[in-house]
Design a protein around this ligand. Structure first.
Ligand code: ATP
Ligand code: MG
Length: 204
């Protein structure tokens, strides 16, 4: 399978924006395995707007509460079963978007990184550029390495910060794949106008 797993250092860090950017430029399919906060706009809905040509595969689990997956599931008397999180079989590339970051619990035992380990897709870590990012990004990379999840690199999202970029490259020993600036409007057209990814969708 050809694809990437888009994770991040936090919730609301830009994973969906980065997924839309990749889906548009790579003509990739999109899959969010677990969606919480389903009463608000789902990430799949956002991708449908931001990457209108992308084929979107429905999540395996959808929960109403805008909470960590383990808790959102529990409130509905449900439990996320990792073996039910099977990526759609697609001929082309697939962009998979996590929920929150790598240590978000999926059930009473498993974390998001356990799913990433199972799927074996190379990870893209979306990180902010602002203060705090060095710590969050290095912690995320460290866990992924210890769990032998292949790391494609980091996408920095926000106002340029060369010092933080350099520290993440140096201490994280990781390529910075792209830097996305703050956008005045987040639309399909604006995303289409961004420079295309200067890296390839890897064969997994
Ligand atoms: N570079 C940017 N310029 C302008 N707005 C941005 C940028 N990056 C992210 N945003 C906005 O910030 C919000 C959060 O981004 P996004 O939904 O991509 O985060 P996420 O990591 O996918 O969150 P979640 O954990 O809920 O999946 C969105 O409204 C998005 O449009
Ligand atoms: Mg998202």
């Amino acid at each position: 399978m050809k694809g990437v797993f888009v994770t991040g250092t936090d919730t609301g860090i830009g994973k969906t924006l980065v997924s839309a950017w990749l889906a548009q430029h790579w003509r990739a399919d999109y899959w969010k395995p677990v969606q919480t906060g389903a009463l608000e706009d789902s990430d799949s809905d956002t991708i449908a707007q931001l990457a209108p040509d992308a084929r979107i595969h429905p999540p395996a689990y959808v929960f109403k509460a805008p909470l960590s997956p383990h808790e959102a599931a529990r409130r509905e008397g449900a439990r996320i079963d990792l073996s039910a999180l099977i990526p759609p079989a697609v001929p082309g590339p697939l962009v998979v978007e996590g929920a929150g970051g790598v240590m978000v619990p999926l059930n009473e035992l498993a974390l998001m990184v356990d799913l990433m380990e199972r799927l074996k897709l190379p990870a893209i870590v979306v990180a902010r550029t602002a203060l705090g990012t060095i710590n969050h990004t290095l912690l995320t990379l460290d866990l992924l390495r210890r769990r032998r999840v292949p790391i494609l690199g980091v996408v920095l999202n926000g106002q340029r910060n060369p010092g933080n970029r350099q520290a993440i490259e140096q201490f994280g020993a990781v390529p910075i794949l792209a830097e996305l600036q703050p956008l005045l409007a987040v639309t399909a057209k604006v995303i289409a106008g961004l420079p295309p990814p200067a890296f390839h969708m890897p064969e997994s």
